[in-house]
Design a protein around this ligand. Structure first.
Ligand code: ADP
Ligand code: MG
Length: 253
């Protein structure tokens, strides 16, 4: 189970969660994406209903609804599943505060969920609040997307401290397994400088595959598609296929 986290918004968490998941499923893996962002962008990108009164992650976290009751098969993507988020989830951050075992609600929901899956990918919201804490307590691994831009590393220290705290107190087996560089623009010196700096600091945790800036990646979600079905030949599709292969290979070694 992989939590895709970075408290900065717009760094590529959702794009990475959805496309890595889709790529893994196209390679024959069974993958569930858990949308843990009240904005529901991952649900939208996976063409999974998340408006009105559809049962969602909020009800799992706050009302103890079984996960099996909310998980949907993604249309035309065999092996790919989505646990959607509705706007209700925005209230969870506050409502969780007064609940018993508030940091472990998602972990508990998964312990009662027996679907056979190869990967569970949790798309976290852009904050370090209780929703992200729930993801980090449930997960085995953290994946951090880093945008190849100014201030790329700003705020990362805080996220890493949170990961360490959760490891120390709530989830001893959690590890930062993967950093993925996103929105790389090969024409700028800045992008290559950021990439170099991140690699110098985090070494092999950083995927060799770098995700380029590509409009196809930003267009695909409005068609409810991953970039691999929207435009399989695009640079973004090929990069996420490569990234997924690297991740699958890492899991084996
Ligand atoms: P987050 O989930 O971290 O907030 P998103 O994945 O939603 O970030 O990405 C933020 C915006 O940037 C979205 O509009 C998305 O379509 C776009 N985007 C993400 N990755 C790329 C990329 N590699 N190239 C071009 N646009 C991208
Ligand atoms: Mg997002």
């Amino acid at each position: 189970m992989i939590a895709v986290a970075n408290q900065k918004g717009g760094v590529g968490k959702t794009t990475t969660s959805v496309n890595i998941a889709a790529a893994l499923s196209m390679n024959g893996q069974r993958v569930l994406v858990v949308d843990l962002d009240p904005q529901g962008n991952a649900s939208t990108a996976l063409a999974t209903e998340h408006r009105g009164d559809v049962p969602d992650v909020y009800q799992v976290l706050v009302d103890d609804l079984p996960l099996a009751d909310i998980v949907k098969q993604v249309p035309e993507m065999p092996g790919l599943y989505c646990a959607p988020a509705t706007i209700d989830l925005a209230g969870a951050e506050i409502e969780l505060v007064s609940l018993v075992a508030r940091e472990a609600r998602l972990r508990r929901a998964f312990s009662a969920y027996s679907a056979e899956l190869d990967y569970i990918i949790i798309d976290c919201p852009p904050s370090l609040g209780l929703l992200t804490v729930n993801a980090l307590v449930a997960a085995d691994e953290v994946m951090i997307p880093i945008q190849c831009e100014y201030y790329a590393l700003e705020g990362l220290g805080q996220l890493l401290r949170n990961v360490d705290l959760i490891k120390a107190h709530l989830n001893p087996t959690l590890r930062l397994s993967t950093i993925v560089l996103t929105m790389y623009d090969g024409r700028t010196r800045l992008a290559s400088q950021v990439a170099e700096e991140v690699r110098a600091h985090f070494g092999e945790t950083v995927l060799n595959t770098v995700i380029p800036r590509s409009v196809r990646l930003s267009e695909a979600p409005s068609y409810g598609q991953s970039v691999m079905t929207y435009d399989p030949g695009s640079s973004g599709a090929m990069a996420y296929m490569d990234a997924a292969r690297e991740i699958a290979h890492r899991a084996l070694v």
